[in-house]
Design a protein around this ligand. Structure first.
Ligand code: NAI
Length: 771
């Protein structure tokens, strides 16, 4: 290219980043990737290749981890864990050393990432690597602060972590930094396409003085990942596809392993007619063409207000024409290579299979590249509007009103992120809370930081990574759990009942007492075998009715904390007025004095009434010209299987915790002592609680648990039951990846904050603020 050419075209010339240092580093390791176990490299094999997707050249041979490798890594992690958990300050120093060494080797990490993944060097250098480093700095701080700020929490133990190929180093940092900070040790499995930066990281761990066994890295594919899931670990933290997330939910069901899932998305990018259009177009470049669109939170679904759609699409196409696509090592490149020909084939098949709307594409070079693509005129239900493409493909539709924008935005099984573009702050802040997403960016997109929790709702998974909220996923309460025993109901001592009146306690659905759909009931006896009455046996249809009632009570979620507090106090007052009666009832049912239980129940109601308007969110200081508002939102519809032993307290405590935060709840009463419910109905009926906010069923826990776990309109299932239903609930929950909180056969004594955390979801709303 001559100077004249340059002046004529004003085109960028190539500005290639050198790959020689990265290749030399690989050569020093014989171009082979082994496992890093107990502070040492294992003998490596060339089981499969990792290649540069931009050129197809093989970079290294990779060892596929076997179950024996996983077991060795887990054993090393287990051995190292107690010592590692001892001193937060020591951990802080090690994490700080990792951050400093990553900074020192930042260029090597960035080039290695680009070679292995195909992402533009500009992104690997300016985004992935600095963000990964920031994660270690930030979490060095959390390690230092743990003892003072989280005195009631401790490490989980050994964490198995499985990461995808789209942000190999960044995802590694998101997983390893918080786990280590909280005193856990880890076994990490990188994705098969992109093991190389994890290898550099292992080298950095050795230099940083990470004790042997604290960080273990086992290379391999899905089979290796599956072996890690079933190994003797205390937690699985997974980022990847929803399909694999579902499998992992099923595989860990009933094992007591903690689980966090960061899965797919189809995040809406909403542009209102008063938006700064040029900024919104530029934002889209970062939303969907960042990392070739291989981003779980990519703004992949464009919703434009009808009046500006044509102008907006025209500007967008002009911008697309200017995107430079090619050699990822070229510093002038906007769009690099797709991670692997398999992924390229998947994107190509999805786009070419589409028969709707209009497709606009720019050009891509030969090889593993896919051109920036815009498909307009799709209906909200179109396949491409619903399914994750995971490529540089933007699908678009229009809307007329803000209400319609929210409706289309939420018309998805996912709920990871959303962007709202408007110059009207009232509009933007009205819309943000209405979007079903874990993260909302106002006039921005794809912003992430170690100080703000990242994660979704619905089928985008559960758990948060980053910020104070992320620490919960790597810690547990310091209480020791005791086994919970099932309590068998008392049987009949024989003879006939003297009272001929029908005393069958009904169900409580939608604020009314309802007969069970099946028409069945069963007798309840006192410890001496005397008949106390009958209770209804709820079936699947009754549960469905309760869910309908919860759906009809959504207004509760919008009510103020002040109102919810008043109602909880009122319930406490009404319950207190009937305290003697309730205590007697408990004595009749259980044979034990009920006086303390009644007192504790009133106490619990006061506690959650108190919290109803005080469980504040946080304002995260993120390094942008803005803040991230970490808001506590209600989870939605919660089904609870109540504990056996304390029929009143075990029913009212989860109820109070759930509704104090704005959830609607369906409680399945204590299995051996269900007859308490008749008294509760009357108290609820006189306490101004809107119908449907609380529904109460009686019946067989084992029968109802599977139905509750699989119901798509239930957002969370909790179980404190003495009946062994934890596995059924966790397995069934994989259907829509609802949240679960189950006792796994142990008796748990949650603190108020544990209840509140389970009853809420954190939504981070990023808003521009100040300068
Ligand atoms: P994937 O979900 O299969 O792989 C992610 C990680 O899980 C890898 O480390 C893999 O080895 C491991 N893995 C696979 N099967 C496993 C199993 N049964 N048990 C335990 N670990 C297992 O994602 P993949 O195949 O790389 O990509 C397929 C699609 O998934 C993509 O086209 C994209 O749509 C989506 N995806 C979404 C990501 C996200 O962050 N939301 C990240 C990667 C992929």
């Amino acid at each position: 290219m001559t100077i004249k050419d340059i002046f004529t075209t004003m085109d960028y010339g190539p500005a290639l980043e050198s790959k020689s240092e990265a290749l030399a580093w690989l050569a020093q390791h014989d171009n082979l990737v082994g496992h890093f176990i107990n502070g040492k490299w294992t003998a490596a094999r060339d089981d499969f290749a990792t290649s540069n997707p931009a050129t197809g050249e093989k970079l290294a041979g990779v060892t596929k981890g076997t179950p024996a490798d996983i077991a060795a890594a887990v054993a090393a992690a287990r051995k190292a864990q107690p010592a590692w958990a001892k001193s937060g300050h020591k951990r802080a120093r090690v994490l700080y050393a990792i951050a400093r060494l990553m900074q020192k080797h930042a260029r090597l990490l960035a080039v290695m990432e680009t070679l292995d993944n195909g992402k533009p060097i500009r992104e690997a250098r300016d985004i992935d690597t600095p963000l990964a480093i920031r994660h270690f700095y930030h979490h060095a701080g959390f390690a230092q602060l743990m003892q003072d700020e989280l005195p009631d929490r401790e490490a989980l133990g050994v964490c198995g972590q499985i990461i995808p190929w789209n942000f190999p180093l960044l995802m590694l940092a998101w997983k390893i930094a918080p786990a280590l900070a909280m005193g856990n040790t880890v076994v990490l499995k990188p994705a098969e396409y992109t093991p190389l930066t994890a290898m550099v990281f292992a080298d950095i761990c050795m230099q940083a003085g990470v004790p042997a066994g604290v960080v273990n890295i086992v290379m391999g594919d899905g089979e290796t990942g599956a072996a890690l899931v079933t190994a003797d670990v205390d937690k699985i933290a997974f980022t990847g596809s929803t399909e694999v997330g579902r499998k992992i939910r099923q595989a860990t069901a009933g094992t007591g392993k903690a689980l966090s899932l960061e899965l797919g998305g189809k995040s809406p990018y909403i542009v209102f007619d008063d938006a700064d259009m040029d900024s919104a177009v530029e934002g889209l470049v970062d939303a969907i063409w960042f990392n070739q669109g291989q981003v779980c939170c990519a703004g992949s679904r464009l919703l434009v207000q009808e009046g500006i759609a044509d102008r907006f699409y025209a500007k967008l196409k002009a911008r697309m024409d200017g995107l430079r696509i090619g050699d990822p090592l070229d510093k002038c490149i906007d769009i690099g290579a797709i991670v692997d020909p398999v992924q390229l084939a998947q994107i190509t098949a999805m786009v070419s299979g589409n028969r709707e709307g209009e497709t606009y594409q720019t050009k891509a070079p030969e090889g593993c590249f896919y051109p920036p693509t815009l498909i307009t005129g799709l209906s909200p239900a179109s396949h491409l509007m619903q399914e994750e493409i995971f490529g540089p493909v933007l699908v678009a539709t229009t809307f007329r009103t803000p209400v319609e924008a929210v409706e289309i935005a939420n018309n998805t099984r996912y709920g990871l992120a959303a962007s709202v573009w408007s110059e009207n702050i009232n509009l933007a802040l009205d819309i943000a809370p209405k979007l079903a997403a874990g993260i909302v960016w106002v006039n921005g997109t794809n912003m992430m930081d170690a100080a703000a929790g990242f994660g979704g709702i619905r089928e985008s998974g559960f758990g948060r990574e980053g910020g104070w909220e992320g620490l919960a996923g790597y810690t547990r309460p310091k209480t020791s759990a005791k086994p919970v025993k099932r309590i068998a109901p008392f049987g009949s001592a024989g003879g006939t009942a003297t009272d001929p009146l029908d005393r069958t306690a009904k169900l409580y659905i939608g604020g009314k007492q309802a007969r069970p759909d099946g028409g069945y009931s069963h007798a309840v006896f006192n410890p001496r075998g005397k008949l106390l009455g009958h209770v209804a046996e709820a079936n699947r249809k009754d549960l469905r009715n309760a869910v309908e009632a919860m759906n009809a009570a959504k207004g509760w979620t919008k009510s103020t904390g002040h109102l919810r507090a008043q109602i909880l106090y009122y319930i406490a007052e009404n319950l207190s007025a009937r305290g003697d009666e309730l205590a007697k009832r408990i004595k009749d049912l259980t044979g034990k004095s009920g006086t303390d239980e009644v007192e504790q129940t009133i106490h619990a109601l006061f506690t959650f009434a108190a919290w109803a308007d005080k469980y504040d969110g946080k304002v995260h200081g993120v390094p942008i010209r803005g803040v991230a508002l970490a808001m506590h939102e209600a989870v939605g519809n919660i089904a609870v299987f109540c504990e056996d032993a304390s029929p009143l307290l075990g029913l009212v405590t989860p109820m109070a915790a759930a509704i104090s935060m704005g959830n609607r709840v369906t409680l399945v009463a204590s299995e051996p002592f269900p007859l308490i419910v008749a008294e509760i109905y009357q108290i609820l009926e006189t306490s101004d609680l809107p119908g449907g906010v609380v529904n109460i069923l009686t019946g067989d826990h084992a029968d109802l648990a599977g139905h509750a776990a699989k119901h798509h309109d239930i957002d969370a299932v909790w179980s404190f039951s003495g009946t062994d239903i934890s596995a059924v609930i966790e397995k069934g929950s994989a259907s829509n990846l609802k949240r679960t909180w189950v006792n796994n056969g142990t008796s748990i004594a949650p603190t108020a904050r544990d209840w509140l955390a389970a009853a809420t979801e954190v939504k981070n709303i990023w808003i521009p603020y100040g300068e």
